[in-house]
Design a protein around this ligand. Structure first.
Ligand code: GUN
Length: 287
């Protein structure tokens, strides 16, 4: 069994990005900029945003967080997004999800300028991903593909079972795998007999946030396991969706959680923001 070490790979990617940022600053005086919109007091969201901000600082990005109260109106958030769309210091806009119940999330995600949509949640970028065209791809599944590539795990022709069908993880994960010529099944909360599907998988990618959902009896020998889930146990410990201790004994490769996919998500956010900054720099040059 070999660990898919996202912490190690994310550090390598961050160093490369930091170098690229220096070069970009020298060549055009541009500094990649990320704006984060954070609404409410959810401790997990605040922690994620803190990690994203520190990663931006390490890489030499400009970053700004618009911290808004839980009670903020839809219109006030919309105004902020329009302002960020027009702010030339901002290359990427990220609206931390989930948002409070009274907010129309879809409307906000559609308001973000597609060329600043570093989360890849705008339907324009979703459509480009599904049709295998270049665009912004959601950070978590993009990070998974980078991790598989780093360990020379070719998904072409493999049976890949994605557990979870969210817009953030499951659906874009399935699109990326399909674009890479894998055979893809998507399982979700209404799937009858999950084990029947996972037992057939060469690669299981699970991101639903249910502790110990994937157990050793559900996977075949030498399976590749990508654990995308994050939950907190009663004791406050962060864990994934996979019974790591027992499933790892049957796996050829497995991500630890934490330390697998999580750090890759942040590295991909930096990568997407740098991509946006380079596109904007090019645009400015040609104007
Ligand atoms: N909430 C959980 N994951 C994510 C993510 O990747 N991006 C955003 N914006 N919100 C999230």
């Amino acid at each position: 069994m070999q660990l898919l070490d996202g912490r190690k790979l994310s550090k390598k990617i961050e160093l490369q990005i930091t170098e690229d940022v220096k070069k970009l600053k020298e060549s055009c005086g541009c500094t990649p900029g990320l704006a984060v919109v954070l609404v409410g007091q959810d401790p997990a969201s605040a922690a994620y945003v803190g990690m994203k901000k520190r990663a931006c600082d390490r890489a030499g990005f400009y970053s700004i967080t618009h911290d808004m109260p839980e009670s903020i109106s839809q219109e006030a958030i919309e105004k902020t997004i329009v302002m960020l769309n027009n702010d030339t210091n901002v290359d990427g806009i990220l609206i931390q999800l989930p948002l409070p119940e009274h907010i129309d999330t879809t409307k906000l995600l559609e308001l973000v300028a597609p060329q600043k949509d570093v989360d890849g949640f705008h339907p324009f970028n979703v459509g480009r991903l599904v049709t295998n065209l270049d665009g912004f791809v959601p950070c978590t599944p993009l990070g998974v593909m980078e991790l598989l590539k780093e360990y020379d795990i070719d998904v072409k022709g493999k049976n890949c079972v994605v557990v979870g069908a969210s817009n953030i993880v499951g659906k874009p994960m399935a699109s990326l795998l399909l674009n890479a010529d894998a055979t893809v099944e998507i399982c979700h909360i209404f799937t009858d007999d999950l084990k029947k599907h996972t037992l057939n998988a060469d690669i299981v990618l699970c991101g639903v946030g249910v502790v110990n959902l994937i157990t050793e009896d559900m996977v075949k020998d030498d399976v590749v396991i990508v654990d995308i889930g994050v939950s907190r146990t009663k004791e406050g410990k962060l864990v994934g969706d996979v019974d790591f201790e027992n499933v790892s004994k049957k796996s050829s490769y497995i991500t630890p959680s934490p330390g697998g996919v999580g750090p890759m998500t942040i590295a991909m956010l930096l990568s997407n923001t740098l991509k946006a900054a380079k596109m904007n720099a090019q645009q400015k040059k040609s104007n």
